[in-house]
Design a protein around this ligand. Structure first.
Ligand code: FES
Length: 205
């Protein structure tokens, strides 16, 4: 659930005395996981609960929060797609490095396969072996078919488990986990969904 990673971050920030504020949206107190633990802890002064089951107009004003924050303030959002999208929309025009999010499902706007996809090869840096990745198949599927094991979880481009360093070549990013700066650097690739813009990718595997 969305609060779990955010709560760990809040506890750590509290511990080291960093400035933060946690906005915890849920439908009601009864549907707020860890409510008592938070409300009775040292975190409580830095937490605002928003419960909108009874009063629909009591929604979190995401737009104002994101736009009016201090310049060096980072936003971390975790939860359903609607909330994440609202934060991303409010943050348009802001530095993308200051907005961090975690989805619980694949980003529906992310396009995994294009009709114009073409075949490329991946080369395993440690062994020098190369494999062709045809359109319609992921690098991950090709590696698995050739007996290679890669750590994966979501296999839809949003968890980051399969991120792998790229030694050479140009990735065609189709995940929703890398930041824009990470994409631009081309140093990592999500093997479960991303492809290549170059004819060959050499992976640090
Ligand atoms: S397995 Fe989750 S991003 Fe690839």
């Amino acid at each position: 659930i969305g609060i779990t990673p955010i709560l760990s971050m809040a506890r750590r920030l509290q511990q080291i005395g960093s400035k933060y504020h946690l906005y915890y949206c849920a439908r009601s107190v009864e549907e707020t996981a860890h409510y008592n633990a938070i409300a009775t802890s040292t975190l409580c002064d830095n937490v605002t609960f928003i419960h909108d089951k009874a009063t629909k107009d009591k929604r979190l004003d995401v737009s104002s929060l994101v736009k009016d924050r201090e310049e060096d303030c980072h936003v971390y959002v975790c939860g359903p797609l609607g909330l994440v999208e609202a934060v991303k929309n409010a943050a348009r025009g802001c530095s993308p490095e200051t907005v961090h999010y975690e989805l619980f499902g694949a980003d529906p706007s992310a396009i995994r396969y294009h009709e114009s996809d073409s075949e490329f090869t991946v080369t395993i840096g440690s062994s020098g072996k190369s494999f062709a990745v045809p359109p319609g198949q992921s690098i991950l599927q090709v590696l698995a078919a050739n007996g290679m094991k890669v750590r994966t979880l979501c296999e839809e481009g949003y968890c980051g488990s399969c991120l792998t360093p790229v030694l050479s070549g140009k990735p065609d990013h189709r995940d929703s986990v890398l930041t824009q700066a990470e994409r631009n650097s081309g140093q990592l690739i999500a093997l479960c969904c991303s492809r290549a813009k170059s004819e060959n990718l050499i992976l640090d595997l």
